[in-house]
Design a protein around this ligand. Sequence first.
Ligand code: F3S
Length: 64
Amino acid sequence: MKVIIDIDTCIGCGSCVMCEPKVFKMIEEDGVDHAIVIAQPNIDMEANVEDALSNCPVSAISID
Ligand code: F3S
C-alpha cells in the first residue's frame, strides 16, 4: 500500500491525522494548512488509512 495526498485538493480538515497519526501529519505552508504523508503504512495501519481515505471530505487521499 502506498498512500498519496493531493495537496492541491486537501483543505486541511485534519481527519486523516485523527485516523492514523503515524502516517498523516498537518503542516502549514505559505499560510495554508494541509496534510502530508510522513511514513507509508505497515500492515497494522492499513485499516486506519482506509478510514482516512473514506473520511476525507474532498477525496484528497489515494492509495496506489
Ligand atoms: Fe486534507 Fe483530507 Fe486529510 S482534506 S487534512 S487529506 S482528511
